[in-house]
Design a protein around this ligand. Sequence first.
Ligand SMILES: *Cc1c(COP(=O)(O)O)cnc(C)c1O
Length: 400
Amino acid sequence: MLSWEQSPSLVQMQRERAWVEIDLAAIAHNVTQIKRLLQKRTELMAVVKADAYGHGAIAIAQASVQAGATWLGVATIPEGIELRESGIQAPILILGATYTPEQIRAIAHWNLQPTLCTPKQALVFAETIANLPNASPLPVHLKLDTGMSRLGTDWQAATEFAQLVHRLPNLTIASIYSHLATAESLDRTVVNQQQQRFETAIAQIQLAGITPPKLHLANSAGTLTDANLHYDLVRVGLALYGLYPAAHLKSVVALKPVLQVKARITQLKTIQAGTGVSYGHRFIADREMAIAVVGIGYADGIPRNLSNQMGAIVQGQLVPQIGAVTMDQLMLDVSQVPNLQEGDVVTILGHDGNESISADDWAETLGTISWEILCSFKHRLPRIAVSHALPDFALDAKRQ
Ligand SMILES: *Cc1c(COP(=O)(O)O)cnc(C)c1O
């Protein structure tokens, strides 16, 4: 991963072709806005798995913690180690399953906190921890399956599971949690059923004399839809990055998208009517046309299925992309934009002037979800931290 502390010239070099801009002020804004929805006792976990949904895990984790998130969530042990190696101290929950003694030793060594999904897994953990020199109890998080049918012990077997872990000397139950399958839906049937199952399981665990220190259930959608789903902690991914799990949630909170994708025009040319563009000539000019070649393609994460179906913003104007998206380049019809020059910056995803193109737009065209779009940008694109708050601040200072 590229670090954020780089010489200006290197940052400049990274902007030579195509790059991802990360607005850390937007992270702070989103954390603040999300926290406003929470009660005082409810903590915010910034979910930074998958390199913070493609945004760059270290910078996002640091910015989130600075803005008030008190937990970090990752999917894998290496993701947790990356954060620890960067000096981050906040508690880190591994949301994925971990099983092997090697993994368990890494978890203990790096001060990570695992998710336990089965009794068998709990036994391996207890045994491995017992065999460590100067073993101290490991905080663990019990995962219940209340209807997602993914990780976790079936909610009806939750009491035996909790009792087993409770009895194991080297493990301490830090939380019990579950995950919602349909929280963004207007139909609340499944969410209500999952919550009821969760509460039933927790009540039975408490009857057995075990008091879990923390309960959590909500992802972004659960967090935005219903305060009764918040409990002690909410695990927020998508909303942290300024996107909404569903359009009807836009009225709940004003979030700012964090990521923009930009690239430079590498060549300008005029083509005659009847001229084909790109592989397969899937676009034929129906008139004389000014086109721009842009240095970004599917090897950077622009989905090839967007060929002829996407746009870009050039000098504040929305223009159509034409022809097949190629591995490293794509073409735009810039006939309506005067005075362009090679080297000019094009916004592929993001905003410029009054125009904007969001991951939601791409997801809709492609029949997928914005989560997948965010995760699709490759490491060939440098992530560059920018703060749009700074120029605004300077502008205000001038006016005084
Ligand atoms: C990824 C994940 C989240 C975050 O989901 P968003 O919808 O992006 O907020 C929360 N909890 C678990 C268990 C996850 O795997």
